[in-house]
Design a protein around this ligand. Structure first.
Ligand SMILES: Nc1ncnc2c1ncn2[C@@H]1O[C@H](COP(=O)(O)OP(=O)(O)O)[C@@H](O)[C@H]1O
Ligand SMILES: [Mg+2]
Length: 225
């Protein structure tokens, strides 16, 4: 076993089923992710990158195989504990921001912590800090519809960080942005990694992002090569 593997993925398999028909997507993925690294995952469209990220993030269960976080197989836990683990330890940034339209930027960021924290004052304080960090302190009370694409994605990053997750999973975080917004989101992710030592797994088509990552893995035919 390699030292320092924060996440160890062992023979991970995932198939989707349409009635009797099996669509095998992940066919034995083995991968180790180290603490504080930025790992880029690349691969053709439809190869299973999002599927892999969702399973690493415990949003979905594999058909077979294991995902160890610090040597504990997270899928040994019952669903309720998996959900708590996810909420406390993992932050998500998706290609489309998934902000809730009827809540302000500040509320969207705070929400993930209000579920578990009794101290809403402290949560809103932290949410303000994060929005300040992503340079949106002038946009706290704006609704998603009042923000640009890049601004929404920065809100989504702030939201992902509210519980200070050890691991941040990002699925094509710049895939939907113009060049300038994309650059500012990339810069932000980089500074975060340097500043906080969080571990990032980023699915991307962005060459620049992949080049700056500590490591790039390719998903081909259901396997990591
Ligand atoms: N919930 C689902 N049900 C059935 N098939 C799915 C589902 N999600 C993804 N797929 C299929 O699995 C394959 C991999 O999808 P995905 O992980 O989204 O790929 P990628 O992110 O690399 O583009 C695709 O063929 C897709 O159509
Ligand atoms: Mg995808």
């Amino acid at each position: 076993m390699t030292k320092n593997a924060l996440i160890r993925i062992v023979d991970l398999q995932k198939s989707y089923y349409d009635g009797e028909t099996e669509l095998p997507v992940l066919q034995g993925v083995n991968l180790e992710v180290y603490a504080s690294e930025v790992l880029a995952v690349v691969g053709a469209s439809g190869v299973g990158k999002s599927t892999l990220l969702h399973i690493i993030g415990t949003l979905d269960r594999p058909t077979a195989g294991r995902v160890f976080y610090e040597e504990h197989n997270v899928f040994d836990l019952p669903d309720r504990d998996v959900a708590r683990f996810r909420n406390e330890r993992i932050g998500f940034v998706f290609q489309f921001h998934h902000l809730l339209p009827e809540f302000t930027a500040l509320e969207n960021v705070a929400m993930g912590a209000l579920i578990t924290s009794p101290n809403s004052g402290a949560v809103y304080e932290k949410a303000r800090e994060l929005l300040d960090y992503v340079q949106l302190s002038e946009r706290l009370e704006h609704y998603p519809s009042q923000l640009s694409g890049g601004e929404r994605q920065r809100v989504a990053i702030a939201r992902a960080l509210i519980n200070q997750p050890k691991v941040v999973l990002a699925d094509e975080p710049t895939g939907n942005l113009d060049r300038r917004s994309s650059d500012s989101v990339l810069e932000l992710l980089w500074n975060l990694n340097v500043k906080s030592g969080q571990t990032f797994i980023i699915v991307t088509h962005n060459q620049e992002l992949a080049q700056r990552a500590d490591r790039v893995v390719h998903l081909v035919d259901g396997k990591v090569v």
